[in-house]
Write a protein that binds this ligand. Structure first.
Ligand code: CP
Ligand code: NVA
Length: 314
């Protein structure tokens, strides 16, 4: 069956099938090749996207803005200091107004309900650029990078080490389970992914053949991994927990020794970035030969462009 994503929003990868995810990754590979060749395309000519940010961003903002702009579209950046978001008018009303003016909306913020309200009320495709719960556009780039580096997805294994219940870890678990990649988490008990998300991921695994493992001990899940992935120990909005996290997560730092303990010379290192060098990962690993973090950051743009082409154009 042909894939048709026209008009769809991306709020979490739970709503996308394996076939739809692979379709977006193939499209991302194509737009990456075009970009490398220097092809000029104008696929978003005459179109506009509203980009709403309650939290800071380097990669997500720049990926959306450059991907839309270089295709001839007009992105409009709006921080929460610029508009009446949930202040003076309801989120529903803001969504209705933006939907009358823009072809699409990107939202980065705290509450997943807000991005869902935008999708319900605006009438245009809405893209989740990160909430406290999910970061689905990140995972598209992660999967593109894993596939480029290892030649596949199904049967490959990613081990996530660190804060296993944050937006990136949860989204990655969903994405891997959908495409048939094995996903393991090494995290302290209190920072393991919630039971519902694990159960849901395991239900996707029944179709895809993926295996989901949760452990407190990196030594139990790191061996044989094709990729080691980590993210910051203190996500945006959780700054008050910094001292506690630093202590709790110190044994989960990704080091050269941990990379070696996979037993595979070809294991890659991934991180969504921004990274705090010396906390969740040493500078030696980030800058070392196994690191694919710059490809991963670049792939944000190609996958986001693919998402917008897939959902905005017929
Ligand atoms: N990975 C990521 O989302 O980075 P930014 O916070 O810079 O957008
Ligand atoms: N977990 C991080 C991801 C940043 C891209 C955060 O939410 O701050």
């Amino acid at each position: 069956m042909a894939v048709n994503l026209h008009g769809r929003s991306l709020l979490t990868l739970k709503h996308f099938s394996q076939q739809e995810i692979l379709y977006l990754l193939d499209l991302a590979d194509r737009v990456k090749t075009e970009r490398r060749r220097g092809d000029i395309q104008q696929r978003f000519r005459g179109r506009t996207i509203a980009m709403l940010f309650e939290k800071l961003s380097t990669r997500t903002r720049c990926a959306f803005e450059t991907a839309f702009g270089e295709e001839g579209g007009h992105p409009v950046f709006l921080s929460s200091n610029d508009i009446h978001l949930g202040v003076k008018e309801t989120v529903e009303d803001t969504a209705r107004v933006l939907g009358r003016m823009f072809d699409a909306i990107e939202f980065r913020g705290f509450d997943q309900n807000v991005v869902e309200t935008f999708a319900e009320c605006s009438g245009v495709p809405v893209y989740n650029g990160l909430t406290d719960l999910y970061h689905p556009t990140q995972v598209l780039a992660d999967l593109q990078t894993l596939r480029e580096a290892t030649g596949g997805l199904a049967g490959k294994s990613i081990t996530y080490v660190g804060d296993g219940r944050n937006n990136v870890a949860r989204s990655l678990m969903i994405g891997c389970a959908k495409v048939g990649a094995h996903f393991s988490v090494a995290a302290p008990q209190s920072l393991q992914p919630d039971r519902d998300t694990v159960q849901q991921a395991r239900s996707y695994s029944e179709d895809s053949g993926s295996r989901i493992l949760i452990s407190t001990d990196p030594a139990e899940v790191v061996p044989q991994s094709d990729a080691i992935y980590t993210d910051v120990w203190v996500s945006m909005g959780e700054e008050q927990q910094k001292a506690e996290r630093l202590e709790l997560l110190a044994p989960y730092r990704v080091t050269v020794e941990m990379m070696r303990s996979t037993g595979k010379a070809g294991t890659i290192f991934l991180h969504c970035l921004p990274a705090v060098r010396g906390n969740e990962v040493t500078a030696e690993v980030m800058d070392g030969p196994q690191s694919r973090i710059w490809d991963q950051a670049e792939n944000r743009k190609h996958t986001i462009k693919a998402l917008m082409i897939g959902t905005l154009l017929r």
